[in-house]
Design a protein. Structure first.
Length: 223
């Protein structure tokens, strides 16, 4: 019996496709760094950002140093502001059908958890958004030092909700192998395709049941 539903954030509850993204190529240009070098360095630091070990601005400092440049605080400030603005536009355009679905789950007595791989700068808008009151607990990777698809973060969510993993439905678009991680932790994975089908092509096939509209989540709680 499903007692709790755990949700991914990006491309599940919100979508970056409604905002103007601050791309790595733009950040590299603003810093005066070769885009290929920036991307290589960015990828090497991404895990440290998601686990809270390095904030965004410190990553930019490290990249500038690696590129043989002296870090400029004003330049880093400008890049950080652009990234925060781009990332947090998503929280001002939340799909009403997502909110209705969350409300319906709460009315049915289910406990809800938000679980996201993210750095602090990416989710500033979450804490003042209409999403936050919907959740009994919020597990953010940079706060707990754990990331999907590691089994530990799913168990952390279940413990926070005082339920067993097998009593949890995990809903996500499937990035970061999160659905496989949920399955490995003993949860029931459900792939959220409502944003994927609208904005992404092609969609990588995965061996999990799918929800093509937020209301479809309601049909999967009686497992």
């Amino acid at each position: 019996m499903i007692k709790a539903v755990i949700f991914d954030l990006y491309e599940t509850l919100i979508t970056e496709w409604v905002s103007r993204k601050y791309l790595s190529s733009q950040c590299a240009r603003d810093l005066g760094i070769d885009p290929a070098l920036f991307r290589e360095m960015w990828n090497s630091f991404h895990h440290a950002m998601d686990t809270g070990r390095l904030p965004f601005r410190q990553v930019l400092e490290e990249i500038l140093i690696a590129a043989g440049k002296i870090p400029d605080s004003a330049l880093i400030d400008a890049c950080e502001k652009r990234r925060i603005a781009g990332k947090n536009q998503c929280f001002t355009a939340i799909d009403e059908s997502v909110l209705q679905m969350l409300c319906s789950l709460k009315q049915q007595g289910l406990n809800l958890c938000l679980c996201s791989n993210c750095s602090a700068d990416e989710v500033e808008g979450l804490f003042t958004s209409s999403l936050l009151p919907c959740f009994d607990t919020v597990i953010l990777s940079y706060q707990v030092g754990l990331v999907k698809p590691d089994k530990e973060i799913y168990l952390h969510c279940a413990n926070a909700l005082s339920v067993l993993p097998e009593e949890c439905l995990f809903v996500g678009d499937g990035s970061s192998k999160e659905l496989f991680g949920a399955q490995n932790a003993g949860m029931h994975p459900l792939r959220a395709l409502w944003f994927m089908e609208k904005y992404h092509t092609p969609i990588e096939p995965m061996p999990f049941p799918a929800a093509r509209h937020p209301r479809d989540v309601l049909y999967h709680i009686n497992i």
